[in-house]
Design a protein. Structure first.
Length: 220
């Protein structure tokens, strides 16, 4: 049986104001702006007009109207705000990748527990969106696919994982959490280092506004 792809959006809309290890400002964008940017993320995936499903994993306090709106736009919605471990890593830690690893881990645990099957998992960071250079055909169906290294690191804004490697992927997410329990390190370094076998591509097809800068736009 052929399965569709699944997009996993990792999100923290209401970030709080604790400083990151590398930047005093958690986010220059308000929760309302981040919410609207997350809707854009979802819309960019829906605009593919294919059978892809969407899962949103969130970890912050949201208004009822925001929650209802987000749930109506995705196939699976996982709110982790009551998970003390995930909440601490997302909202109370200065290590930016820590919450990303924890949220992704909980999402994959949910997928496995509910026997939700798919071809590939495309992990995209909330507030970023697929641009007109995104092509599924560039991403492998058998190995991890990341953007080719820039300055020695693979971006983790958008990458893919084939279903057959899902248990391997969750082991790498747990490894990342173990690393973050001991040190501060870039997620772009620690996660891809264990994601093998891997292919690297020049263009992944994603864009978005960088949270810690009002004038920086990321596109890859």
């Amino acid at each position: 049986m052929e399965h569709s792809d699944l997009f996993l959006i990792t999100s923290v809309i209401n970030t709080g104001d604790k400083a990151w290890s590398y930047c005093a400002t958690r986010s220059f964008y308000t929760p309302q702006e981040r919410f609207e940017q997350t809707l854009q993320t979802i819309e960019s995936i829906r605009n593919l007009n294919d059978s892809s499903r969407i899962m949103l994993v969130e970890c912050s306090e949201l208004s009822e109207s925001m929650t209802v709106a987000l749930k109506s736009k995705v196939d699976y919605f996982l709110q982790c705000i009551d998970d003390a471990d995930v909440r601490a890593s997302c909202l109370n830690s200065e290590k930016k990748g820590y919450g990303e690893a924890k949220k992704s881990q909980r999402a994959v645990e949910y997928l496995l527990a509910h026997n939700i099957q798919f071809n590939r998992l495309f992990k995209i960071s909330g507030r970023y969106f697929l641009n007109d250079q995104f092509l599924k055909s560039r991403f492998s169906e058998t190995v991890y696919t990341f953007r080719r290294k820039v300055d020695g690191t693979n971006s983790t804004v958008l990458y893919s994982v084939p279903y057959a490697l899902l248990n391997h992927y969750i082991a790498q997410l747990k490894r990342c959490s173990d690393v973050y329990a001991r040190q501060v390190i870039g997620y772009e370094i620690v996660l891809p280092s264990g994601c093998t076998p891997m292919c690297e591509i020049e263009i992944v097809g994603v864009s978005g506004k960088v949270a810690v800068s009002t004038n920086e736009f990321f596109s890859a």
